[in-house]
Write a protein that binds this ligand. Structure first.
Ligand code: TRP
Ligand code: ZN
Length: 499
């Protein structure tokens, strides 16, 4: 829903109109405006030949080719029919509603594989060409800045196997025996739909997925309709809150479905692969409590619904897809429910930090993973008290001691989710901040940061600005040390790291 261009417009608007209030959804924010303070404002007279082709990337500092410029997607509709489950042979149509943020002779989408049958823009056939992951579309009539337009892409085939530059695992649409699932962070989405694939361009989604009986579909948002077509069924899901593209998920299997509600009234639906035993439900039983607890600590849960999906497949990880976190079966320790609950807490807390407040640049991934990791500590403290949290902090700190890892704020672009740097030291950074500014300012910082940036994007500097404003302290040195020093700083108050 927002990209650099809309931010440029926002700033141009800021410059022109001194009455900021009239101009922006952020205008009530007591702090500096979100995201792209540093965005370069392109003067209006700089429009040349080049300005009429949308850029092939959104300028991410780690992955400049991710996403595309020149337009802002508002809604995706994915119509997908699975013809053959064994190969995920699909007949598909993606409909994209977008606004041009500049004049456009052509624009790009990210898309991998498939045979494209036809592309239309505003109902008229459009030319297109493909190069690697870039799909370049040239509409019959050029688009003008501010114009809303609709792109329809018809395609078919089986998704290709995609590996990310950011971590060497298969991602995107993954076909397994008896089903398929989607886990895309950070760049797997283009493996099943044409997309502006960067978290800066959030949009709402409709999923209309047709599968052979007896298979079922679990996707983001709310199941609004199921149609029995005879030997197939169609499932329609609406994800009505803005969502980063990497969080879109469509999972196909036979499921045991469980529904409940948190005491605070948040609806929950869980999907468990039907082959799994009944005990699979245990580590997910407290999700309602968790949602209500974090709603109190961070601010009201930002989406319509929550839940989890467990595949009967090992994939060595879990992912915080918006409103529907997904877990590989190897993430579940049947013998240790409380330990598995900590993974459940991690993905659930990501709904606030990662999903609702998303990174504006992938280099800031600690804003997702450090926060979700520290949320595990907060849950431990909630259940067992401060001493148990302190023990958890100490064991995490000791785990890093002596090792040499990249600093939290500078993980390697080829190992973005470096566990020690981003998760462990990222989580410790928040605990150190809590000790530095005190509990009251710390929790007020989390709440204010969430309130300001929910449904949008934030940078590390945005977070630091909130912490400084709330605490009244100058924190640049503190964050420099914790985020960018090669060696992990000591935590004097806990006697950690002191020789
Ligand atoms: N964000 C996930 C977590 O920590 C980890 C993750 C990143 C991941 N990329 C992924 C998981 C791709 C599965 C697939 O919760
Ligand atoms: Zn995580």
């Amino acid at each position: 829903m927002k990209n650099k261009n809309s931010i440029q417009i926002f700033f141009a608007c800021l410059l022109i109109v001194s009455a900021v209030m009239a101009c922006s959804p952020f205008s009530t924010a007591p702090f500096s405006p979100p995201v792209a303070i540093t965005a370069v404002i392109v003067p209006a007279d700089a429009v040349g030949e080049e300005a009429d082709a949308g850029s092939s990337g959104l300028g991410d500092s780690y992955y400049p080719g991710f996403g595309n410029g020149g337009y802002d997607v508002t809604h995706y509709t994915l119509d997908i029919t699975v013809n053959d489950m064994a190969t995920s042979d699909l007949t598909a149509r993606t409909t994209i509603e977008a606004n041009a943020t500049q004049d456009l002779l052509s624009f790009n989408l990210d898309f991998i594989g498939f045979k494209i049958e036809e592309i239309t823009v505003n109902g008229e056939p459009a030319d297109f060409s493909r190069k690697g992951q870039e799909l370049t579309i040239t509409p019959l009539k050029p688009l003008v800045m501010g114009q809303s337009f609709t792109v329809v892409i018809e395609y078919n085939g089986s998704p290709e196997e995609v590996k990310s530059v950011a971590l060497p695992v298969q991602m995107g649409w993954v076909t397994v025996e008896g089903g398929s699932f989607v886990l895309s962070e950070p760049d797997g989405s283009a493996s099943f739909y044409p997309v502006n694939d960067h978290p800066l361009d959030k949009a709402t989604y409709t999923f209309r997925v047709t599968v052979p009986e007896p298979l079922e579909v679990a996707a983001n948002g709310v199941l609004t309709k199921t149609t029995d077509n005879g030997i197939t069924n169609t499932f329609v899901f609406e994800a009505r809150d803005p969502m980063a593209s990497y969080l879109a998920t469509i999972n196909i299997d036979e499921f045991d479905t469980e529904t409940m509600e948190s005491e605070g009234g948040i609806p929950i639906r869980n999907y468990y692969s039907a082959e799994l035993p009944e005990e699979i439900r245990k580590p997910f039983a407290r999700q309602g409590e968790m949602l209500d607890y974090f709603s109190e600590v961070f601010g009201q849960y930002p989406f319509e619904v929550y839940g989890s999906m467990v595949m009967n497949t090992k994939f060595d990880t879990a992912l915080e897809n918006q409103t529907l976190s997904i877990y590989g079966i190897d993430q579940i320790d049947f013998g240790n429910v409380e330990d598995t609950e900590l993974t459940v807490v991690h993905e659930l807390a990501h709904q606030w930090f990662g999903d609702s407040v998303s990174v504006a640049d992938w280099s800031d991934i600690w804003l997702n993973e450090g926060f979700a990791t520290y949320s595990q500590g907060l849950w431990i403290e909630h259940l067992h008290g401060r001493q148990t949290l302190d023990d958890w902090v100490k064991s995490n700190y000791t785990f890093l001691a002596g090792g040499s890892y990249p600093p939290t704020g500078n993980p390697p672009a080829t190992d973005l989710f470096n566990y020690e740097s981003v998760y462990v030291r990222g989580g410790l950074t928040l605990h150190a901040l809590r000790l530095e500014i005190g509990d009251e300012a710390f929790f007020e910082t989390l709440k204010t940061y969430f309130a300001l940036y929910k449904n949008g994007n934030a940078t590390t500097d945005d977070f630091i600005a909130v912490a400084e404003k709330v605490s009244g302290k100058e924190l640049n040195k503190f964050f420099d040390a914790w985020l960018y020093n090669e060696t992990i700083p000591p935590i004097h108050a806990m006697g950690l790291g002191v020789e």
